[in-house]
Design a protein around this ligand. Structure first.
Ligand code: SER
Length: 320
């Protein structure tokens, strides 16, 4: 049985990954770690939870050793839009957490998952059916960290035999914790705003295509890849994964078909406009499908229906 540590467990992915892992591997075998004591107190209501700073190597390593951790999900990251506000901090946090995690994984023989992102691609990447192996010259600090992280994780695998694995997540749509500071966040926020106010102001240009994934598929991607037969993995860090691609205008038009009173407008954030224009329109995820059986279940229509219902309930319960 695995003994799993989830770092950055209080974020959008972590809050849903922890219960998903508990279901698969047992409550006692999953430990949620986050930097923020108030978040850890909340996580602690439904899981084992500890306050931990992934940048404090000594305490991190001691904990992994004492708990007999054999699998690390390193979700610590500042996202793309926030990263541009403080690039130095983004580099220090994103790379510091990864480097410590890789060194600890090497020392204590842990498997390690670290998400990469569509942010790893850049303007001169082919935007349509972006291949698994292609030009990667991002122009955000977030993307620079992701490309470096992919290479570093592969290096630790080939040089030291660390079992490192990763996917390039597109925007993740979910109704657990809100995302924070990403360029794809609009595709989550809009559902809450529809439920609460019936209108939304979008900061991403109306005709920008970006890949998206619904959280249940994102969770499945992580556990499925970490369970995959290593002999089948030609790639490791990191796999393209996607299940849909749309523009803000297309998403809002589909929502309006279900909520006729919904209205929206645009106040473009130049940073988000530049970032989103440099990212792929749609990924080719053939390698993930072939090497470890990636097969997402959620398409755009089902996601919209599910998100509208979930966010309506959250607003009714006063949770948003
Ligand atoms: N959701 C992330 C962002 O927008 C992309 O990985 O920054």
């Amino acid at each position: 049985m695995k003994k799993i540590l989830v770092l950055g467990a209080g974020g959008q992915i972590g809050t849903e990954l922890v219960p998903h892992l508990q279901k698969n591997y047992g409550y006692d075998n999953v430990i949620a770690a986050d930097l923020r004591p108030e978040i850890v107190a909340k996580l602690g209501q439904n899981s084992r939870a500890v306050v931990m700073n992934a940048l404090e190597m000594e305490a991190y390593a001691k904990f992994v050793k004492s708990e007999g951790i054999d699998t690390i999900y390193n979700l610590v990251a500042l996202l793309s839009a926030t990263g541009e506000k403080n690039p130095q901090l983004a580099w220090n946090i994103n790379m510091g957490a990864l480097l410590n995690s890789l060194n600890i994984a090497q020392e204590y023989k842990c498997s390690i998952f670290t998400p990469s992102s569509i942010g790893a691609f850049g303007e001169n990447t082919p935007h349509y059916k972006t291949p698994q192996d292609t030009v990667m010259r991002p122009n955000t600090i977030y993307g620079v960290c992701k490309v470096t992280g992919e290479m570093l994780s592969d290096y630790y695998h080939s040089r030291f035999g660390v079992d490192s694995r990763s996917v390039r997540f597109p925007g993740i749509i979910s109704n657990g914790a809100l995302p924070g500071g990403g360029t794809t966040d609009y595709a989550v926020e809009v559902f809450y705003e529809v439920a609460k106010r019936g209108k939304y102001t979008c900061e991403v240009p109306q005709d920008t295509y970006m890949d998206m994934l619904y959280m249940p598929d994102a969770l499945e991607a992580m556990t499925q890849l970490m369970e995959a037969d290593p002999s089948k993995l030609v790639h490791r860090n990191s796999f393209n994964v996607t299940s849909m691609s749309f523009t803000p205008e297309q998403l809002f038009t589909e929502i309006k078909k279900r909520v006729p009173s919904f209205t929206w407008d645009y106040e473009i954030d130049p940073v988000k406009a530049q970032i989103s224009a440099s990212w792929p329109d749609c990924l080719d995820d053939t390698c993930a499908r072939e090497e470890w059986g990636w097969n997402p279940k959620w398409g755009m229509d089902a996601v919209i229906d599910d998100m509208l219902a979930a966010c309506r309930k959250k607003v009714e319960n006063g949770e948003y």
